[in-house]
Design a protein around this ligand. Structure first.
Ligand SMILES: Cc1cc2nc3c(=O)[nH]c(=O)nc-3n(C[C@H](O)[C@H](O)[C@H](O)COP(=O)(O)O)c2cc1C
Length: 370
């Protein structure tokens, strides 16, 4: 049972329990990035369901940084009314609402943005890190503008009444493209060494913190393995980055692992990645972990390995009330694994656009949308 609260050291905010709704792209926003009723319902239901933190999907900070169709934006004042409506509904449940801010970089397709994607380098990141279009290396003036875009977006989010933002440095999007020792080989101060590769994220963090001020949580999400082949070297680099982020006054570190208990394939000692991070982060700021957590046993194992809060993704899509159910009857509840029928997902507050998107995730939805 983990219904005890968790304090964020920098903002002073308190999360009412240890259950965190992971950021999830759901493709339900209007084409111009404004909030739809379906996106409102999906997230409000999770706040009502007992999540102590509810995070939005990845929200683009500039028009050209959009990664997916139907994605929420925070790059224009026109986005504020929808963001305010959602922030108020989440707050009324006693839940902390976070907006996840991002720029897609190499993963912002021209068919959405109308422009060639930019990234750390000319040419696509390894594996599936691009979108099939060759990005070009971003100029310094463009990077400085993007830092300002993050700050302006965060200010809009704060004005709209949210508790904080999560900077999306994970999953191979722009910030991760710059962080990567494998991909970012720039020689202009934005990639030469670790400090150079971290510069974009650290500059964004600083700009966001100074644009928003006290009482507003600013945390960072990272995934040490961004590209196929990443392993111990990237994890070590991420551990040093995390120390630096803590020194710069980050309010939480969110580790996205897909499998919360995994170790690096090239680690001869097979130490779980979560444990490595827990050694560095423990006691300094909350450590949140996401990846493959569905049952009470998963939850207990993640806490035993040093997580302070657990982020739930696919199990929370299927069960809006996951935190309440998991706390019931001493952890006896066994959530059904996927696939889930369309009628069940509709009953859990998903609109058809989100269900259609989930049909692309192998084995998640059991029947066609009619
Ligand atoms: C439909 C879907 C959309 C996602 N979109 C995002 C996103 O916008 N930002 C992000 O950081 N992670 C995103 N993720 C990753 C989740 O936040 C989470 O880390 C991942 O699903 C692993 O947790 P789980 O095993 O509990 O699903 C997404 C995952 C899913 C299933």
């Amino acid at each position: 049972m983990r219904s005890d609260n968790l304090k964020f050291p920098v903002s002073g905010l308190t999360m009412p329990n240890r259950y965190w709704l992971a950021a999830m792209t759901n493709q339900q926003s209007h084409e111009d990035g404004t909030l739809s009723d379906d996106e409102f319902t999906w997230l409000k239901r999770r706040a009502e369901g007992g999540f102590g933190v509810v995070t939005t999907c990845a929200v683009h900070v500039t028009r050209h940084g959009q990664g997916w169709p139907g994605e929420l934006g925070a790059w224009h004042d026109r986005h504020i009314p929808g963001l305010s409506r959602l922030a108020k509904a989440i707050k009324e449940c006693g839940t902390l609402g976070l907006v996840q801010l991002f720029h897609g970089g190499a993963r912002s397709p021209a068919k959405l943005t109308g422009v060639q994607p930019i990234s750390a380098m000319d040419g696509s990141p390894p594996g599936e890190g691009g979108n099939g279009e060759e990005p070009r290396s971003a100029r310094e003036d463009e990077l400085l503008a993007i830092i300002e875009d993050f700050a302006a977006a965060a200010k809009r989010v704060q004005d709209a009444g949210w508790s904080g933002v999560e900077l999306h440095g994970a999953h191979g999007y722009l910030l991760a493209q710059f962080l990567s020792p494998r991909y970012n080989l720039r020689k202009d101060g934005w990639g030469d060494d670790a400090e150079g590769r971290w510069r974009l994220l650290l500059s964004v963090l600083k700009a966001v913190k100074s644009a928003t001020g006290p009482g507003f949580a600013v945390g960072v999400r990272i995934s040490p393995r961004n590209y196929e082949g990443d392993g111990v070297r990237e994890t070590l680099d991420a551990l040093k980055l995390v120390e630096r982020l803590i020194a710069e006054g980050v309010d939480f570190i969110h580790l996205s692992l897909w499998d919360s208990f995994r170790h690096d394939e090239d680690d001869p000692e097979k130490v779980p990645v979560l444990q490595k991070f827990s050694h560095v982060v423990s006691g300094k700021c909350p450590l949140v972990v996401a990846g493959g957590l569905r049952t009470a046993a998963d939850r207990d194992r993640a806490f035993a390995m040093g997580a302070d809060a657990i982020a739930i993704g696919r199990a929370a899509i299927a069960y809006a009330d996951w935190p309440m159910l998991i706390e019931k009857d001493g952890g006896q509840w066994q959530p059904a694994p996927p696939p889930y029928p369309v009628a069940h997902l509709r009953g859990q507050g998903l609109g058809d656009a989100f269900i259609r998107y989930m049909q692309k995730w192998p084995g998640y939805v059991s029947d066609p949308l009619t």
